[in-house]
Design a protein around this ligand. Structure first.
Ligand code: GDP
Length: 455
């Protein structure tokens, strides 16, 4: 494989910048452009101080520290080095250029990690965990990704695969040596096995909802007629010390997304700009755009003003949230008017309803708890649950489940067990795709494209 190079630190001025090299010719290239203060043999996990020079003019480019990693003990399992230079775009680019002039190829996004995968150091679910760690918006999300990187999910899948292989061996034996076994016994065993397998797949499938929330956040819309206090509420949520606002530039999307961290769960407030000037929008509540927002939202926080009686517009809103996951906030309770709180049009919806005052900051904890409860996030045990976080992984689990249903059917219908064996093999293959054993190159490329340059 070629030797690749890239700048691994974020663009911009910084204390240091890191240029990474990986591949067979890594040290050969380095030798041409790096003059260490102390020469001597190359040892893994060591650093040398010296200067990067232009190989042709011998002019000094920068004063650097170079760390060495000798194959297979490196991120990619190849020979690698990391040049720690001063952190400026000009100097970093000049060093990168020197690497390229002297035999390195410019790395593609994620190519270092792709090599770690192709060289067998990590599997595909672990590679996905690395992207998740980099893109984590909350500590909880990062914890889940760290567990996945450690191989917890991979091990679980591997255990299930071993069980399938065992049962397949039993089937083989009863086909090859029918005199030692009665097909019926094997069939009973398969039935029991399939039921157990279904439970395991079900529990993995269930974790995806939590995983998705941790990763992508809960798409939340705040709605209400003008002047009920939507912007004030938003500001309160954004301004809370624990609510970290991050303008995360979606790595796969072009939009700027605004996240707030609610007790470790990201809320993705959709169309915040819209909320900030919803006046037009809610006045024309029938307008397609507001409908789209509502349709898209996974959670609606509907705000009502307790100091004014419900009117037609409020009724429209109540009607819209009927079938949605929604929390009703009765705002401005500090004015002690009580027009709305016990209105039957609200109570009859049986939604979580919270008396609120943005002004006095009352009700905010109740709101956060209600959100966590509504999405069953209160009781997720991150320590002990293997969480499926990517829709790619979930897809293969669903496909494995489909194959499992076929296997169950063939057992129920007393098909010959060699047919069951074929379907078991299908389950095995679907599960192997989670860790990347038999996925196509396109899928692999698709995954690594999401990485940043230099990772
Ligand atoms: P929006 O049009 O729904 O975004 O409403 P705003 O957030 O702009 O609030 C409208 C008015 O209500 C402003 O004057 C706020 O100061 C006031 N307001 C918001 N929340 C409260 C509250 O809890 N109590 C009181 N008394 N006034 C509030």
């Amino acid at each position: 494989m070629s030797t690749i190079a890239a700048i691994s630190t974020a663009p911009g001025n910084a204390g240091i910048g890191i240029i990474r090299l990986s591949g067979e010719k890594c040290f050969e290239i380095l030798d041409k452009i790096f003059v260490p203060k102390h020469k001597g043999e190359i040892k893994g996990y060591t650093m040398k101080y010296g200067h990067i020079i232009s190989a042709s003019s011998k002019e000094i480019i920068d004063e650097v520290l170079v760390s060495y990693f000798v194959a297979p003990n490196s991120y990619t399992r190849e020979n690698m080095c990391e040049i720690n230079s001063h952190g400026g775009m000009v100097v970093e680019n000049k060093i990168l250029e020197e690497c390229l002039k002297n035999g390195a190829m410019l790395a593609e996004p994620g190519e270092f990690t792709k090599r770690a995968f192709l060289n067998g150091r990590i599997d595909l679910s672990q590679a996905e965990a690395i992207i998740d760690i980099i893109n984590s918006k909350t500590e909880k999300e990062m914890q889940v990704a760290q567990r996945q990187l450690k191989g917890r999910l991979s091990n679980k899948i591997e255990d299930i695969r071993k069980d399938i292989l065992n049962i397949m061996a039993d089937i083989e034996a009863s086909i090859d040596y029918p005199e030692y076994d009665i097909e019926e016994t094997t069939n009973e065993k398969i039935k029991k096995f399939l039921n157990e397998l279904e439970e395991k797949l079900n529990s993995l499938e269930k974790t995806f909802e939590n995983g998705k929330i941790l990763k992508e956040g809960i798409k939340t819309a705040i709605i209400g007629k003008p002047n009920v206090g939507k912007s004030s509420l938003l500001n309160l949520i954004l301004g809370e010390e624990r609510a970290i606002v991050s303008n995360v530039e979606g790595t796969t999307r072009d939009t700027i997304e605004e996240y707030v961290n609610i007790n470790g769960i990201p809320l993705k407030i959709i169309d915040t700009a819209g909320i900030r000037n919803t006046i037009d929008e809610v006045e024309q509540i029938g307008v397609k755009r507001s409908m789209d927002i509502l349709f898209d939202a996974e959670l609606i926080i509907a705000v009502f003003d307790d100091s004014r009686a419900l009117d037609e517009e409020d009724e429209k809103i109540l009607d819209l949230i009927k079938e949605k996951k929604a929390i009703i906030l009765i705002n401005k309770t500090d004015l002690k008017k009580g027009y709305v709180q016990s209105d039957e049009r609200i109570t009859s919806l049986h939604k979580t309803t919270i008396p609120f005052s943005v002004l006095k900051e009352e009700g905010i904890n109740e709101l956060y708890n209600a959100i966590l409860e509504l999405f069953n996030m209160n009781d997720i045990d991150l320590e002990n649950t293997d969480i499926v976080t990517s829709s790619r992984q979930k897809n293969y689990i669903l496909r494995a489940h489909d194959a499992l249903n076929k296997a169950k059917e063939s057992v129920e219908n007393n098909m010959t067990i060699d047919i069951t064996a074929i379907v078991l093999k299908e389950i095995l293959e679907e599960l192997s795709s989670i860790t990347g054993e038999n996925v196509s190159e396109d899928i692999i490329n698709e995954i690594f494209k999401k990485f940043c340059l230099g990772k």
